[in-house]
Ligand binder design. Sequence first.
Ligand code: BES
Ligand code: MN
Ligand code: MN
Length: 454
Amino acid sequence: MASYLESNQERFLSELLDWLRIPSVSADPKFHGDVLRAAEYLKTRLEEVGIENVELCQTAGNPIVYGEKIIDPSLPTVLVYGHYDVQPADPYELWTSGPFDPVIKDGKIYARGACDDKGQVYMHVKAFEVLMQEGGVPCNVKVMIEGEEEIGSNNLGIFVRENKEKLKADVILISDTGMIANDTPSIEVGLRGLSYHEVEVTGPNRDLHSGLYGGAVANPINILCKMIASLHDENNHITIPGFYDNVDELSAEERAEMAKAPHSDDEFKQSIGLTDIHGEKGYSTPERVSIRPTLDVNGIWGGYTGEGAKTVIASKAYAKISMRLVPHQTSDEITALFQKHFESIAPASVTVKVKPHHGGEPVVTPTDSVAYKAAADAMETTFGKRPIPTRGGGSIPIVAMFKSELGLDTVLLGFGLDSDAIHSPNEHYGVFNFLKGIETIPHFYRNYAAAMVK
Ligand code: BES
Ligand code: MN
Ligand code: MN
């Protein structure tokens, strides 16, 4: 007999596609109405599957969708977190189908948010439905899905601090990360932190003719490029004094353990069209994207970028610069070091302003907890292979706050792949991954409840 999941998968997919049609882009105010519609859509779907007291909790920004199913206050409680907001879809011309016009092609759902994070959140909604149809949930469930993760979760931070009683739980469960491959399940056990800045370099008080003035004035774009170039040395170490002071250096044993996870530099290069690998000397590619801090320019602009040539020395140049942080760096510490250093390396011929944006703290989640084991066992059941713990390179700023404010550890039960192109054109999510998530999550609840009640 077909399982409930098998018999209903077409509907599950079509509901997800309806949600993906709503462009819930948090970064751009022009989508504010759509963000609210996406929250409402989720609220209705949660109510339909039997989540109770579903509400849109208002914040200074986008609402948080909250609901719960308390079956017995003496049983353990799982708090599921995710986000319904998505990254901007730009550049639109690079999408092969509309970012908010989802299509299923070659077994993959193409749309902005398909993987990050609407597709993964929707697995939880449908896993809950499956559990309810198959006899009920084995423990209490709270669901908190926010609409500002992609812009730093500032208002969720406030909400968490002000609602500690409401959010009381035993563990946080999140599907907003990835795994190694569909035949190599893994569980992320770490996230990097973030320190993000916008810098402005000002030279002359107006744009100048580059013939009349060129050679005799500091060109802010030239200077900015030089300043940025100086932030890494010839070994690709970051040159900000004190930057590595608090970095947790892994032992040789820990690094040897990490090196057991399958990885090929050739495949890595090939998958993103690179001719050579690059990064901090002394570390492997998997280490560079997980246990090591980084500094990257995310955007740079200034001067004339229109059609043809214009001979000009611009008055100002700008860049957005981010640093990924690892334990035990803190975003406040690194923000202060960056600001001080970047201002100090500016020549006297320009003025520099550094404006810090949102930040986030790095985390490592335990692998010896009941919840981690419940998740690993669940994946082992549905994939037929024990998942490998891996440290992730991305950031989910609220996870460190769950620990510091609520005292709760997190399990990152993610089903995405690096090749899903999250934040890029043609983001997609495997139908396999979506269904595998819905199949795996109920096992997590059952394993976790059984182990906790013992
Ligand atoms: N879901 C991602 C983070 C992620 C993706 C972690 C894959 C691990 C594996 C999240 O939505 C995200 O994009 N976070 C941002 C940070 C945020 C403050 C904008 C990031 O990592 O850049
Ligand atoms: Mn995400
Ligand atoms: Mn994201």
